[in-house]
Design a protein. Structure first.
Length: 149
């Protein structure tokens, strides 16, 4: 028997995407959540909230077309790209990005700790853009068993 920490994701439709409140950010909780289309989204002043939004678009990389002109630009670029070279720096910088019309970030120190451990367990990956030895861009995402979110 599998123990589950979350209710059936279909219940989220009733509560504008909110599926659960409370819990922890252990890598095990994060893994179970992402495998069911659920993700944490902290809201200031409330216990940890977990969301399962309506369906979202999916980019199928098998169908991805990179135009020749874009590929030429990439090859001439002064940037070089890596995977998983500095995940902690990527998430730290993502948490510091100013978002117009928003106060703060959902990437709290607790989220950073949880996702860094999730990364150490092999489920979260970062893609970094470097100019020489300087990190100038990046993104991170979760490998949720066939999807990258």
């Amino acid at each position: 028997m599998t123990l589950t920490r979350f209710p059936d994701p279909r219940y989220a439709e009733t509560y504008e995407g909110i599926l659960a409140v409370g819990g922890d950010l252990t890598w095990e909780s994060l893994l179970e959540a992402y495998q069911h289309g659920i993700f944490p989204w902290p809201i200031d002043g409330y216990p940890l909230t977990w969301f399962c939004p309506d369906e979202r678009a999916i980019l199928d990389f098998a169908d991805l077309h990179i135009p020749r002109s874009l590929n030429k630009v990439r090859k001439r670029s002064q940037f070089h790209f890596t995977i998983d070279r500095d995940f902690p720096a990527v998430i730290k910088n993502c948490s510091a990005v100013v978002r117009h019309g928003q106060d703060g970030t959902w990437i709290t120190p607790e989220m950073t700790r949880g996702y860094c451990e999730f990364h150490r367990q092999g489920y979260v990956h970062s893609i970094e853009a470097w100019e020489g030895d300087l990190l100038v861009g990046g993104l991170y995402g979760v490998d949720a068993g066939g999807t990258f979110t």
